[in-house]
Write a protein that binds this ligand. Structure first.
Ligand code: ZN
Ligand code: ZN
Length: 269
């Protein structure tokens, strides 16, 4: 199993990281994408610990929309900060970046500029992006189109949107990463979407330490709990958990490699 998005350098794992890794390994998690906030030194300080305990971990880094306000009036610093962070951990993707209109911790115009600067950097570095978008679908797509120049590729992380939103993301050539929310009793609409999507666009994530799936809901999430989320996705799609995990792992490899945006996958409507 491959966790396409989690925050295992977060302080939430500081006390028992080796036990978290041991549980993940025995659950069958073979690879993990660790998301690092480019301007959060505490997370980077934990990278050597993560690396030593779990060499299979790879990294993505960017400025989260929650932290965009710090760059008001100094947008060129965004690329400088992210570029340095990428070099520090040899990041294989840029993320998470995007727009967060639910909490609105930064003014929206500043969020737009910070996001656009990072999309442009991803194109320049030829790295995929991991997008965080909440209540901001139209603006997110506009920026991906404008700043991405038709060349940006990536994933909508923690996807919980409608089939229409999924189709729009697929038209951009993006992957959709399904979180543990798919196991929540009230997530029927998301389950319908997950049933309808083509195999080749799916990734899976924990977003640990957040969003633990049932039966761990409300507790700290960790990569081992991918088991529950993959089982739920497999059940929806009528395949075995093993076959689903294999497919998701192959998709993750493709996400980090090349996927032509001019041959996007189509949702089954
Ligand atoms: Zn996010
Ligand atoms: Zn996240």
């Amino acid at each position: 199993m491959v966790d396409s998005h989690c925050h295992i350098a977060d302080a939430a794992f500081a006390d028992d990281f080796e036990a978290v890794v041991a549980r993940s390994r025995s659950a069958g998690v073979t690879r993990v994408m660790c998301i690092l906030s480019s301007d959060t030194e505490e997370e980077f300080a934990r990278v050597p610990i993560v690396q030593a305990a779990w060499p299979e971990v790879c990294y993505a880094t960017a400025v989260h929309p929650h932290r965009a306000a710090a760059y008001a009036g100094r947008i060129p610093d965004v690329q400088r900060v992210v570029r340095a962070a990428v070099a520090r951990v040899k990041a294989v993707a840029l993320g998470e970046m995007g727009l967060e209109y639910h909490y609105d911790k930064a003014p929206r115009d500043v969020q737009h500029e910070v996001f656009a600067a990072q999309v442009a950097l991803a194109v320049e570095l030829d790295l995929p992006v991991a997008i965080h978008t909440r209540e901001a679908t139209d603006d997110t797509h506009a920026i991906l189109r404008d700043a991405g120049q038709g060349r940006v590729r990536g994933v909508m992380h923690c996807f919980t949107g409608t089939l229409d939103e999924a189709t729009r993301a697929l038209d951009l050539g993006f992957y959709l990463s399904i979180p543990g929310i798919v196991t929540f009793p009230k997530a029927g609409a998301l389950r319908d979407v997950v049933r309808a999507l083509p195999d080749e666009c799916l990734l899976v994530e924990t977003d640990a330490p957040y969003l633990a799936p049932v039966p761990f809901r409300g507790k700290r999430n960790e990569p081992a709990y991918l088991t529950q989320t993959i089982a739920a996705i497999a059940d929806l799609r009528g395949v075995t958990a093993g076959a689903m995990a294999d497919r998701l792992r192959a998709n993750f490899d493709a996400y980090l490699g090349r996927r032509r945006v001019d041959t996007p996958a189509k949702a089954v409507v």
